[in-house]
Design a binder for this molecule. Structure first.
Ligand code: ZN
Ligand code: ZN
Length: 732
């Protein structure tokens, strides 16, 4: 793109990429006053006006007399060539049409609107008629802010008062209310504000990362460290280096629920909070973040994977925290892996990438092993605690009554911790009360009407929920099949049912249940986590949610109810995921000055993955796992792509699948093989029948162009949909 002119005079023929699903860039004429390459514009399309970006010179292959003019240039910084190039290459990699890529980069409504106004508050001149505690706190907050102004919500929150207290002070002239443009820069972060004392290990790692950021060029570092080793402190030093160079930094987190805790840490380190970008952020705030990243008014963005597509002015560092987390793979719409896309964007804009994890993905482990990534390892934990003592409970030797899941051995261990006044955690990776509801009269299992999936009873919500499509219905009293009354029974444990059993076994213990569907908001979840961390519960019952980075300093025992659960799938990553999850969960125990223990209930203690988890020898595990994947020619030692076809008409999907499999010439020419079509593991979701094909190719194959050529002749008519998943992470 370097040869493209960066400015187009009025009337010049330009190509505009729109967010509309068209397969080409459209020709227009530059508007009055001309426009820049990358300018956000409004263009006519038929009778409508649509958003677009000036993508380059026009093609000129369209009837020149019919070419229309750009309506107007929007009030937004033009898209940089770096981002245009990133979108193009990410689109090529994921085989995503460019309009869909542009939609990812423009997820902020009202981009073209003039800046709107909002009320801001600062200290006034008059004293209020009488002082109250609440009023004093408000005035103190505003005094501390100096000349800075805050929104009503910010003042009230900082002072811990209701908004009416602030409004009352406005009436008296003690607080001034003013209009201000809504899209204000974020408060300045000070890289020298409060450096933490680091251990020798951490200092060495942070010096290496700082030096890497100082090169102002691309590089990726795998930062590996067990829970409590201070990974966050270390990578925040790299952020500090990036900020002091005047460049912007992006930190990706796998879970919104972790954001609040992280913002507090940023505030403590840099003296202010960064910009936030995720689905919980309001529309106006999203627009502010979008605009400020483009203008440089946001130095640090903390957010979800889609933050990768923000129009940063000068991005110098991307941190992908918990880089192994499956939530980085977008499984809807554009199928991309944020970890891989972070590396791609950084390589284009000359930024550093830090992949942080206690349990890295095999992909990152292999890249570090091959010398593509630098590897840094933090070993020491704070407070001289080490990884907990890990043991298996062989369930074949335990006497367990039916419909109970806590073995006598685990029960004794929990009781001992409770007697010592310590916390214990029981982990089960299953939401809801019971995974299966069965009729004892006819054997019918209640399934979702729209999917090939059983409905999961959620007693907390008093409903049955389909975990595939989200459909819910009330728990029926009669069997939907044989209409027998009161014969429906719960089979198997979920987190809610485990809590019920625990309460019976430990009647005096204060229980806390942590499952993602039990909290209406991230705020409520954060409050619950803080309560637990400060000792407000004796026994925690949790799902995968507890594995993700929360600190429970009083916790000394982790009991895993079913360590075999993740090993049952046919997924090529089943072993890797189980290994990571078990190590993370076990890592919750024994953080401060008390040694921890992890007990894993299993029916197959001799299974290689279970043995690797117990021995704690990661290198052994990865070497064995890498060997198996290499032999099978699968990622990261081979290439895979999944093709998912779906339709409401089952015949139609199989016909297309068979036609694709028969016409595989373009794939065979590059040495790729196609398998299938076969019904997808979940053969029906939301009423659509699903069929999969799997394409396998040797490492280093230029797979995407071959895939594009392969699918090109096939037109998707009517209800048919095709999704292409490059490097698939899940195989449902
Ligand atoms: Zn029945
Ligand atoms: Zn469903």
């Amino acid at each position: 793109m370097a040869l493209t002119s960066s400015y187009f005079d009025e009337g010049a023929l330009i190509g505009v990429l729109t967010t509309q699903p068209l397969d080409r860039v459209l020709d227009y004429r530059a508007p009055e006053g001309g426009c820049h390459l990358g300018a956000f514009v409004e263009v006519p399309l038929g009778p409508r006006k649509v958003l677009g970006v000036v993508w380059g010179p026009g093609q000129g292959d369209y009837d020149i007399s019919k070419v229309r003019s750009v309506i107007r240039v929007l009030d937004a910084a033009p898209m940089r060539e770096e981002l245009m190039s990133f979108l193009t290459r990410a689109g090529d990699y994921t085989l995503t049409p460019m309009p869909a890529m542009l939609r990812l980069a423009t997820r902020a409504p009202g981009l073209g609107d003039p800046p709107s106004m909002r009320k801001i508050y600062r200290l006034g001149d008059c004293a209020p008629d009488r002082m109250t505690d609440a009023r004093t706190r408000v005035l103190d907050v505003l005094r501390e802010m100096g000349g800075l102004s805050l929104t009503l919500k910010e003042v009230a929150e900082a002072a811990g008062v209701t908004t009416s207290v602030v409004k009352g002070l406005v009436k008296q002239g003690a607080v001034r209310e003013e209009d201000s443009p809504r899209d204000m820069p974020f408060p300045t972060l000070d890289p020298t504000y409060a450096g933490k004392d680091l251990t020798a290990d951490q200092s060495t790692a942070s010096a290496t990362l700082r030096a890497a950021v100082a090169t102002r060029s691309y590089g990726t570092t795998l930062l590996k460290g067990v829970t409590g080793s201070g990974k966050t402190e270390v990578y925040l030093e790299a952020v500090a280096e990036c900020l002091s160079q005047g460049r912007q930094a992006l930190v990706l987190l796998p879970e919104i629920a972790l954001t609040a805790e992280f913002l507090t840490r940023v505030d403590a380190r840099f003296g202010a909070k960064p910009a936030e970008w995720h689905s919980g952020v309001t529309i106006t705030e999203r627009r502010r973040v979008w605009k400020m990243t483009a203008q440089g008014g946001a130095q640090l963005v903390v957010g979800a994977r889609s933050a990768l597509f923000l129009p940063f002015r000068d991005l110098g560092l991307i941190v992908v925290d918990e880089e192994h987390d499956t939530s980085y793979k977008q499984e809807d719409g554009v199928l991309y892996n944020a970890r891989d896309m972070a590396v791609l964007r950084a390589s284009i804009c000359g930024a550093q990438v830090i992949l942080a994890s206690a349990t890295p993905s095999l992909e990152s482990w292999a890249n570090a092993d091959a010398g593509k990534y630098t590897k840094l390892e933090l070993t020491s934990r704070f407070g001289a605690a080490v990884m907990p003592d890990m043991r298996a409970i062989d369930m074949r030797n335990e006497q367990l009554p039916s419909s109970s899941w806590i073995s006598p051995t685990l029960q004794r261990a929990v009781q001992q911790r409770l007697d010592n006044g310590e916390q214990a955690l029981l982990f089960i990776n299953r939401r809801g009360y019971a995974p299966v509801t069965i009729c004892r009269a006819c054997g019918h299992q209640i399934g979702c009407d729209h999917c090939d999936a059983r409905m999961v009873e959620h007693r907390f919500l008093k409903r049955l929920v389909c975990h595939q499509c989200g459909e819910t219905k009330p728990m029926p009293n009669t069997c939907p099949s044989c209409e027998a009354e009161d014969k429906l029974a719960a089979v198997g444990p979920g987190v809610e049912r485990l809590a019920e059993e625990a309460q019976t076994l430990f009647p005096d213990a204060r229980l806390a249940v942590l499952s993602s569907d039990m909290f209406g908001s991230a705020r409520a979840l954060k409050a619950e986590i803080e309560t637990i961390a400060s000792g407000g519960a004796d026994l925690i019952i949790g799902t995968q949610l507890v594995a993700k980075g929360h600190n429970f300093p009083l916790l000394t025992l982790v009991g895993v109810i079913d360590a075999d659960l993740g090993l049952q799938g046919s997924d090529l990553r089943a072993a890797e995921r189980t290994f990571q999850l078990m190590r993370q969960v076990a890592g919750r125990a024994g953080r401060a000055d008390k040694p921890g223990q992890a007990l894993m209930q299993t029916y197959q203690p001799e299974h290689p993955v279970i043995r690797a988890i117990l021995s704690g020898d990661e290198q052994d595990f990865w070497t064995a796992e890498a060997g198996e994947r290499r032999a099978a020619g699968v990622p990261p030692y081979g290439r895979l792509a999944g093709i998912i076809l779906s339709s409401t008409d089952v015949q139609e999907v199989f016909d297309l699948g068979n036609a694709l499999a028969r016409n595989d010439g373009p794939l065979r020419r590059v040495g790729a093989q196609v398998f299938g079509p076969a019904p997808a593991p979940i053969a029906r979701v939301r009423g659509r029948h699903r069929v999969r094909l799997l394409v396998k190719a040797p490492k280093g194959t230029a797979l995407q162009p071959a895939l594009a050529e392969w699918i090109k002749p096939f037109r998707l008519k009517g209800e048919l949909r095709m999704a292409i998943d490059i490097d698939p992470q899940s195989f449902y």
